[in-house]
Design a protein around this ligand. Structure first.
Ligand code: FAD
Length: 348
C-alpha cells in the first residue's frame, strides 16, 4: 500500500495494507460468508421488511414492520446503520447524522479491454491487487483493485458543505470530479477522468452516545454504525461492528438465564464503548494528518513517512471476545450494583 503526493504521485510512505498483514476484500463476498452461516442454521431472513416502531417491553420487546406484522423476542439487536431509527428509542429524542464537512465521490467498475490496453489509463489496472492513496490539501483519493485486478474502485474525499440527502445512492457529478482531480498525478487522473458515472456519498458522523441500550427493559440494543459509526479513514466501521457482535454474544453466553438479558446488554455497552472510541479517533487523526501535511511543507521538503502512515496496528492485536470474558466479572458486578441503585451510569 503506497501513500503518494497528490500532484505527482511521489511515494511518501509505503506500508502493509491498512497497517496490517491483510487482504483486500469485496464486502459482497464478506456478506456471503454471513449469509451462508445463517442459511445453514435455517434462521429466517425477512427481506423488504422496514421496521416502523419498537416497543421496549419486558420480558419480550417487540417491533412492528411496515406490513403491520409485529414480532417479539427476548432481545432485539438493532444494527440499522448510521441513519438508525432505533437510536431514537434509546435516546428518547430525534437526532440527525452530522455532516463531517467531507463527502466522497465513489466509483466501482470492471475496466473495459480498451481501458486496460490504453497506456494513459492503465497504470493501476494491472492483474495484481493494489492499493494507493494520493493525499493533498483537504482531499485524498483511494484507489484499489479487487479480484486479481478484474475490478477497480476509486474514492475521492473532498470538502463539502452540502446537505445530507436521504438517499445513499445519490448520483455524483463527474464534471465536479474532473474539476477536483485536474491537477492530480496523471497516472491516476486518466482513469478517473474516463469514468462514466459515480456516486456522491456524504461522510456523516454522530456524537458518542450516552447509551446503546433501551431505557426501560434494557432489551433493545444498538450495534454497528447505529451506535459507533466511523469515518472511512478508520477503515474500521464494519470490523468494529463484527467485534461488537462477538462481544454481545459472549455476554449473552455468560448470563444465568433470560431474566439477565439486561445485564448482558449493559455489560456489552460498557465493554465496547472505550474500544470503539479509540478506533473512531484513529480515523479523525489520519484524515487531519493527510489533509494538512502538504499545506505545511514546501515541495522540496521531504515528508516524514511516519506523519502520513496509517497507525491502526495497535487495534489489531486484540481479542474482543477474550477481552469481554476477562472483564465480565468486574463489569457485570458494577451493572448489577447500578440496577440496584436504579441508575445506569452514562457511557460518556
Ligand atoms: C467510503 C467508506 C469506506 C469504508 N471502508 C471501510 C473499511 O475499509 N473497513 C471497515 O471495516 N469499514 C469500512 N466502512 C464502514 C462500513 O461500511 C460500515 O461501518 C458498516 O457497513 C456498518 O455496518 P452496519 O451493519 O452497522 O450498518 P449498515 O451497513 O449501514 O447496515 C444497516 C442495515 O439496516 C437496514 N435498515 C436501516 N433502517 C431500517 C429499518 N427501519 N428497518 C429495516 N432495516 C433497516 C439498512 O437497509 C441496512 O441494510 C467504510 C464506509 C465508507 C462509507
Amino acid at each position: 500500500m503506497k501513500i503518494r503526493r497528490w500532484h505527482d504521485g511521489k511515494v511518501l510512505a509505503e506500508q502493509s495494507l491498512m497497517d496490517m498483514a491483510g487482504y483486500i476484500g469485496h464486502r459482497g463476498d464478506y456478506h456471503d460468508i454471513f449469509l451462508k452461516w445463517v442459511q445453514e442454521r435455517q434462521i429466517p431472513i425477512l427481506m423488504n421488511s422496514k421496521v416502523i416502531s419498537y416497543a421496549d417491553t419486558s420480558p419480550h420487546p417487540s417491533l412492528t414492520l411496515s406490513t403491520g406484522q409485529t414480532i417479539s423476542a427476548d432481545l432485539i439487536i438493532a444494527a440499522d446503520g448510521i441513519k438508525s431509527f432505533a437510536r431514537h428509542l434509546v435516546l428518547n429524542t430525534l437526532d440527525d447524522p452530522i455532516s463531517s464537512g467531507y463527502a466522497c465521490f465513489r466509483a466501482y467498475f470492471s475496466p473495459s479491454p480498451s481501458m486496460q490496453s490504453d497506456p494513459l489509463l492503465n497504470t493501476y489496472l494491472g492483474n495484481q491487487d493494489s492499493v494507493n492513496f494520493w493525499i493533498g490539501p483537504d482531499m485524498h483519493v483511494v484507489q484499489n483493485t479487487l479480484r486479481q485486478g478484474k475490478e477497480f474502485n476509486w474514492i475521492l474525499t473532498h470538502k463539502d458543505d452540502g446537505d445530507i440527502p436521504e438517499s445513499w445512492f445519490q448520483p455524483g457529478d463527474m464534471n465536479e470530479v474532473r474539476k477536483l482531480v485536474k491537477d492530480i498525478d496523471p497516472e491516476i487522473r486518466g482513469i478517473i477522468m474516463a469514468t462514466g458515472k459515480c456516486l456522491d456519498w456524504k461522510i456523516c458522523y454522530r456524537e458518542p452516545l450516552k447509551t446503546w441500550v433501551s431505557p426501560e427493559a434494557n432489551r433493545i440494543v444498538l450495534l454497528g454504525d447505529s451506535c459507533h459509526a466511523h469515518l472511512p479513514t478508520s477503515a474500521q466501521g464494519a470490523s468494529q461492528a463484527v467485534e461488537s457482535a462477538g462481544v454481545l454474544g459472549v455476554c449473552l453466553g455468560l448470563i444465568r438465564g433470560k431474566e439477565e438479558v439486561g445485564v448482558a446488554t449493559r455489560v456489552y455497552e460498557k465493554v465496547r464503548f472505550p474500544r470503539t472510541r479509540v478506533s473512531q479517533t484513529h480515523g479523525e487523526d489520519l484524515r487531519d494528518r493527510w489533509h494538512n501535511v502538504l499545506k505545511e511543507v514546501g515541495e522540496d521538503v521531504e515528508v516524514d513517512p511516519e506523519v502520513v502512515k496509517i497507525k491502526n496496528r495497535p487495534l489489531y492485536a486484540f481479542d474482543a471476545e477474550q477481552d469481554a470474558r476477562d472483564k465480565w466479572e468486574e463489569v457485570s458486578a458494577r451493572v448489577k450494583e447500578e440496577f440496584a441503585r436504579g441508575k445506569i451510569e452514562p457511557l460518556c
